[in-house]
Write a protein that binds this ligand. Structure first.
Ligand code: ATP
Ligand code: MG
Length: 367
């Protein structure tokens, strides 16, 4: 039975997974497009691995169904699915050479002898390990071992590669290099990648689209910039990146005006927004720290501006986080670019400043 939708290679339709009392994944609907680099992102325990394992066929949905390439996968064994999975802790056989590790998966399915060598060499070339075939895994770095695990999956020529936290065992520098490498690899082989991660930077920098999960639910599916700049609700706003989040109540909301009474900030006039909740409704109101500018003199007209005292400065080299205690109570984080070379911090603890930002940079979050 074929039930394909034009560009969706994976269709997840109303999928729930229960383990006894625990509902790991709940009523998830999701389409993943052919050739896409797709990320499942969310905190520990939100159901990412469970969803991936259902795509691979290692778990069966309690409800709903999964289609891959238009085919219903219900009852289809993992080795009969056009997918391959790279596990959270990379599994390579320590007693086998790199070549034999990669060849193993072809041998067990009875691939013709003459075909094995060129296929393994092609897979090793894809991950830039063509000269490492005769080494054993313990003669490789962590990043190289991870690439062996990737080659093992790629050699089977899957339509979809499923990657569960493939870089979590690597140190920060290597991890960043491998992120770029994975994106390059995905572009060159054109296979659909579905990667699981709880690292938002990793998801933002690598993926074409991201599904953000919380407690078994998908909260938002969007490209990285939309997720970051237009999060659909408080959870996504807070989980992705850094955020100043305040509680407020809508004071006026119609076609011509939007005003919110915000705890500790007072009344804020915002551009009218037809989607905003009605007057009297509680809302979250949020602004990203890099949108907040700090001034020693009066800030520009038309900005939202409040006075505050620097409580702490955290130095990160490229940027500093300046934490202000605003006059009316709440604290506010401003990210400052350290664009000029200097030996001393530009803002110092205890000084009083203006914090200002464009009202257009405020997010009004209904849920
Ligand atoms: N085989 C199982 N039996 C019972 N509960 C399970 C089983 N597998 C997963 N769970 C539960 O389902 C929920 C989701 O687990 P899952 O492994 O999918 O989370 P995750 O998002 O991958 O987390 P992490 O980032 O920590 O890997 C958790 O509460 C987990 O304890
Ligand atoms: Mg997991």
């Amino acid at each position: 039975m074929s039930d394909s939708r034009s560009d969706a290679i994976i269709q997840i339709q109303g999928v729930t997974k229960r383990f006894g009392e625990v509902t790991a994944v709940e009523r998830v609907d999701l389409d993943i497009r052919a050739g896409e680099f797709f990320a499942l992102l969310g905190p520990s325990g939100c159901g990412k691995t469970t969803l991936l394992r259902m795509l691979a066929g290692f778990e069966q949905p309690s409800d709903g169904r999964i289609l891959i390439g238009g085919q219903d996968m219900t009852g289809v064994q993992p080795n009969h699915r056009p997918v391959n999975m790279v596990f959270q802790s990379y599994a390579v056989f320590p007693h086998m050479t790199v070549f034999d590790n990669v060849a193993y998966g072809l041998k067990v399915v009875g691939t013709a002898r003459g075909e094995i060598r060129p296929r393994v060499e092609e897979a090793l070339a894809m991950v830039q390990l063509e000269d490492y075939g005769s080494r054993k895994p313990d003669q490789l770095s962590g990043g190289q071992r991870q690439r062996v695990a990737l080659a093992r999956a790629l050699v089977k020529r899957p339509k979809v590669l499923l990657l569960d936290e493939p870089l979590s065992a690597l140190d920060a520098k290597l991890r960043e290099a491998m992120q770029l490498e994975l994106v390059r690899l995905q572009h060159s082989v054109g296979i659909t990648f579905v990667i699981v991660t709880h690292d938002q930077d990793e998801a933002l920098s690598m993926a074409d689209r991201i599904a953000v999960m919380q407690d078994g639910h998908v909260r938002q599916v969007a490209d990285p910039q939309t997720l970051y700049e237009y999060p659909s609700g408080r959870f996504v706003a807070d989980f992705i990146g850094k955020m100043n989040l305040f509680e407020g109540r809508v004071a006026a909301s119609d076609a011509t005006a939007l005003a919110v009474e915000v705890e500790g900030l007072g009344r804020i006039e915002l551009p009218p927004d037809g989607q905003a909740p009605g007057a009297g409704q509680p809302v979250g109101i949020a602004v990203r720290p890099e949108k907040v500018e700090l001034f020693r003199k009066a800030p520009p007209e038309g900005s939202v501006a409040r006075r505050g005292t620097v409580a702490q400065v955290a130095y990160y080299g490229d940027v500093s986080y300046v934490f202000l205690d605003l006059e009316d109570g709440p604290s506010l984080n401003a990210t400052v670019q350290n664009a000029d070379r200097a030996a001393e911090p530009y803002f110092t603890k205890g000084e009083t400043l203006w914090a200002a930002w464009n009202p257009n940079d405020f997010l009004v979050l209904g849920e």
